[in-house]
Design a protein around this ligand. Sequence first.
Ligand SMILES: *Cc1c(COP(=O)(O)O)cnc(C)c1O
Length: 384
Amino acid sequence: MSRFFDLVSKPVRNMGGYSPGVPLQTVTPQVQQKLIKLDSNENPFGPSPRAVEAMGRALAISSAYPDDDCAQLRHKLAEHHALQPEQVMVTAGSTALLGLLCQTLLAPGLNAVTSQRSFIVYSLAVSATGASLIETPMANDVFDLNAIRDAIDEKTRIVFLANPNNPTGTLVDVGIVDNFLARIPGHVILVLDEAYYEFAMHFSSLRGTTHSKSLDYVRQGASIVVLRTFSKAHGLAGLRIGYGLGPPELLAYCARMRNTFSVSSVAQAAAMAAIDDQGHIRRVVTNNADQAIVLTDALSKFGCRVVQTSTNFLYCDLGEGASIVARRLQDEGVSVRPLRAWGAPNCIRVTIGTPEQNQFFLGAVCKIVGHNRAEQIALNSNRT
Ligand SMILES: *Cc1c(COP(=O)(O)O)cnc(C)c1O
């Protein structure tokens, strides 16, 4: 402990680590084969077959360094979003861009603001710079942008808004974001994290709502960086590729800070092909919306409170200690995320899987929670 502790930088000393879901490599092969992983919001259908094919071709020439600038992909993304290529920056996952934005904009004495119960990486990326993260309370499981505005001071450089949010799955109303952006001081950059964009977009089209005007803000040149990723709807989480859309000058500063050749050629090839397979995305988001209803209905019948989702997971209040339930679910062969570390000890986050995976999960919940509930009812009736 003491050999290097005094040598490492102060932010490193003060930082905690990230605890991921169950990494498949760490469980035994027998469990690995059977474990249904609903703990990391991964795509249950995997990547597009076209992306897999493109990766095969890229593998054969992987002795060559990748294009550091991801020019081809940036141009394709610019066209896809009707933006200029200079407004696009590709990174090794969108979390890498979170790190770059923090390194570029923050330093000890400065701060960033976000909501409590949001994406854990904001806190890691901020503390790595020695700056502080202010976390405001939520209002009804949604970001409270009034509280965030009140928390902004002259030392604030970044506001993180996960929209929809992880782990609550909730969306901030588009009018409220509009309003917030119009009143944000000039020294603050809004990072609008839209990792679940494709799912949110599909839900909003079903619900007849507008879920985001983020690209309009980018086109207007607002002080905003929109984050998107290939990890979720595109099913490429293991490849590490995502991107940001924002002001060219700011993205160019971030580009100075990035590691050389950080986005692999295989990832770039996969992303190019994944964009072209909109049929795969459609299949993914359609299953997700259908299954969100199935899971929400069933969990509600078990007496759980399920928050309306705009993502590929559900935020669910079990009304009892979620860590124990999660452990028992894992014994049954399905892993979900208990949210004690988010200050929600009775809540889990469960990824929406294939119909078969979801039925398996519900069967396990029935066995565990259903049994507990039956016991409770029996106890109460004995008392009366
Ligand atoms: C999953 C997720 C991301 C994506 O991270 P990658 O680094 O692109 O895999 C970003 N933000 C939020 C809120 C997420 O849940």
